[in-house]
Design a binder for this molecule. Structure first.
Ligand SMILES: Nc1ncnc2c1ncn2[C@@H]1O[C@H](COP(=O)(O)OP(=O)(O)OP(=O)(O)O)[C@@H](O)[C@H]1O
Ligand SMILES: [Mg+2]
Length: 370
């Protein structure tokens, strides 16, 4: 490689000689995904060319403006990140939407983190990617699978009905072995029926065909039933469920049945993937605009490569092979939470601790949310 008169090697980037702010500009401009930086008041400080391409906004037009006024969706509320900041675990991986300049919404996948200095929240940074094409493909796949699932329902319920008749000895007496086999097959048929029903629920909910019956609910009461039913599995593994709800917790505005389904799925996972004799912790917090709920376990956590996909229907991480499941629980969680205008994401505990922390944020009740 040749050297110029100053002795620098041609073609190499001499980082030392580039002033820090020039380097910062260079990185921001060339960053291959959308990048946004907010100050502590949620005003937009930085917005790179990739972000301009995705949203149609020019940096000059929106710099200094409130993030939620311009972009709506992306993590514009630092209160969402405060909770994670105080725990020391900082990354939020999630899906959301962002508003294009012409008003339409663009689906994005983003990773956000608070900017902390001297233990003070100074702002936030997020990188995001337009996932419109992935979403369209996903939607196409979903329509096909839902047609398939729908067509399976009929024969399965016939098979279930006939098995039940056999079990009731309507076709003659059974010996013990035959009864055992019928019970085992019936259990599997019921399981598949349950999955098909859940999957079709997701599709209908996403298409806006399920109306939520939202009401103001007391979180302590809402959790009581869910924990009761989760305790059966938990106690088989010696797992304790620790529920932390502050006394002055406001009521939450949700469809009680659907919301209990969310918590039950998260608890079911936490119990399934936790080691024996550990603790699953549920925490509820009242933040400025949202009610935050976290479900925390001491299991293996989620591997980096699985993080973007675990909320997709039928996705299961490799390590979960010997744990029973079908990969639909988290897809249900996400659909229900989003139907409530909320968000769900997951992060891992900071090493040396291990375990997953699933976080939900549900917008607080205001007269406008009725
Ligand atoms: N608490 C957790 N700890 C570790 N991995 C988890 C946890 N929760 C979910 N996962 C991973 O995410 C995947 C998807 O979870 P999901 O609840 O959708 O499916 P599942 O539990 O495998 O089956 P089911 O449909 O019965 O819920 C799981 O297979 C597992 O790999
Ligand atoms: Mg599950």
């Amino acid at each position: 490689m040749r050297a110029d008169s100053s002795g620098k090697k041609e073609g190499t980037l001499e980082l030392d000689s580039v002033r820090k702010d020039e380097l910062f500009d260079l990185i921001v401009k060339n960053f291959p995904v959308g990048l946004i930086v907010l100050d502590s008041q949620e005003n937009i400080l930085e917005f790179n060319p990739a972000a301009e391409d995705i949203t149609g906004f020019r940096k000059e037009d929106i710099r200094g403006r409130k993030c939620h006024e311009v972009l709506l969706g992306i993590p514009c509320y630092l209160s969402d990140l405060k909770e994670s900041a105080s725990e020391g675990t900082v990354l939020v991986h999630a899906e959301g939407s962002i508003r294009h300049k012409d008003g339409h919404e663009i689906p994005v996948r983003y990773t956000a983190a608070p900017l902390i200095k001297n233990n003070k929240l100074k702002g936030a940074i997020a990188v995001f990617r337009d996932v419109t094409k992935e979403k369209q493909l996903e939607q196409h796949r979903r329509v096909l699978i839902s047609m398939f699932a729908h067509d399976l329902k009929g024969p399965l319920s016939v098979a279930g009905g006939l098995l039940l008749r056999l079990k009731q000895e309507k076709a003659g007496p059974l010996n013990e072995k035959q009864r055992q086999y019928i019970d085992a097959v019936l259990k599997e048929v019921n399981r598949v029926e349950k999955y098909i029903k859940s999957f079709l629920d997701i599709v209908r909910m996403e298409a806006g065909q399920i109306n939520l019956a939202r009401e103001l609910c007391d979180l302590t009461r809402l959790f009581a039933d869910v924990i009761d039913s989760a305790m059966i599995k938990a106690s088989q593994k010696g797992i304790k469920i620790d529920l932390d709800i502050p006394e002055d917790m406001p009521l939450i505005f949700v469809d009680k049945t659907q919301f209990q389904r969310v918590i039950l799925n998260l608890l079911d996972n936490a119990i399934k993937y936790s080691p024996r004799d550990s603790v699953v912790r549920i925490r509820c917090r009242d933040t400025e605009k949202n009610i935050m709920i976290t479900v925390e376990d001491n299991g293996p956590g989620i591997q980096e490569e699985d993080l973007p996909y675990i909320f997709d229907p039928f996705y299961r991480a490799n390590y979960s092979g010997n744990v029973e499941g079908c990969g639909i629980g988290l897809a249900i969680v996400k659909t229900i939470v989003e139907a409530h205008g909320g968000k769900v994401w997951v992060k891992n505990k900071k090493p040396p601790a291990h375990g997953a922390i699933f976080c939900l944020s549900i917008p607080k009740h205001t007269p406008a949310s009725r």
